[in-house]
Design a protein around this ligand. Structure first.
Ligand code: LHQ
Length: 266
């Protein structure tokens, strides 16, 4: 099934939704249109019972080069100073939370360079799998800006404050191997088998108990802002809900019957 978007492509393979940024000649740089489409596609996939894993990737040799700087170029050349805050609130501030809160496992399949807001997009996903050809840069500082689109919040949570600060104030371009070493990505795979390797991981996650994954995401995301006692109480509430699911009963029965469970995401 393929839905009609201008700057992204969406396709379904089994229970996996592939969302592909589709401006390869611009390394999939983000426009207002593309941000809106990403937000819409994630909203739709997040609410679709048939979807049990989402993959975000890029067409061509880039993952996402961040904000399309040509959107601002004409104004700057004319001496105007567009209100960046308004731009952020109308695009990234709508898109990033939808990704982070999607109640499905989300894989960033980073096929090529991820820069600026493009790196933030990857950080808003749950797992980051990089092709050995991927590269990463907190490009903002190179144009005199601070990490936006969640970059100041998500990067320290992924790699810790010291590395996050170093990357953010240097703008250094790092390769996939370095990204793996600092924990920015969880695995690096060969370019030749990239799509197959991502697909295998996505299918594996899609066969897991989807509701438990959604609740786990929510608990872990909230944990840094909670006390231990609050976290324990949140766990009890979530576990009570999980105890009512088909997949919990199936998991326990499969264990007792010494067979593989057949989870259905309900
Ligand atoms: C691009 C872009 C791009 C347009 C490559 N835009 N065309 C910022 C501003 C305001 C408000 C809100 O928020 C933000 C958030 C941000 O995201 S700031 C960060 C914006 N991104 C950047 O500064 C990255 C700019 N790009 C680069 O540094 C390089 O292109 C990277 C390191 C990503 C890749 O380098 P290469 O592999 O050497 O590719 P390339 O530079 O040759 O790019 C290929 C084409 O893509 C090229 O066009 P051309 O017509 O010459 O083939 C680039 O102009 C175009 N492109 N990024 N962000």
């Amino acid at each position: 099934m393929t839905m009609a978007y201008e700057q992204i492509a969406v396709s379904r393979e089994g229970a996996v939704e592939w969302i592909t940024l589709n401006r390869p000649d611009r390394l999939n740089a983000l426009t207002a249109t593309m941000s809106g489409e990403i937000e819409a596609a994630f909203g739709a996939a997040g609410g679709d019972q048939q979807v049990r894993c989402i993959v975000l990737t890029g067409e061509g040799r880039g993952f996402c080069a961040g904000q399309d700087l040509t959107e601002f170029e004409a104004a700057y050349r004319a001496g105007d100073r567009p209100d960046i805050a308004e731009h952020l609130r109308n695009s990234y501030h709508r898109m990033i939370p939808v990704l982070v809160r999607t109640p499905k496992p989300v894989i960033a399949a980073i096929n090529g360079v991820a820069a600026g807001a493009g790196l933030s997009l990857a950080l808003a996903c749950d797992l980051r799998v990089a092709s050995e050809e991927a590269r990463f840069t907190q490009a903002f500082v190179k144009i005199g800006l601070i990490p936006d689109s969640g970059g100041s919040y998500l990067l320290p949570r992924a790699v810790g404050y010291p590395k996050a600060l170093e990357l953010s104030i240097s703008g250094d371009l790092i390769d996939a191997k370095t990204a793996l070493e600092i924990g920015l990505v969880s695995r690096v795979v060969p370019a030749v088998s990239f799509r197959d390797d991502v697909s295998a991981l996505a299918n594996k996650l899609a066969a897991m108990p989807t509701l438990a994954i959604a609740a786990t995401k929510s608990l872990l995301q909230g944990s840094l802002a909670r006390t231990l006692d609050e976290a324990l109480e949140e766990e009890a509430t979530a576990q009570a809900a999980m105890g009512q699911t088909h997949d919990h009963v199936e998991g326990v029965n499969a264990f007792a019957e010494k067979r593989e469970p057949r989870f259905e995401g309900r």
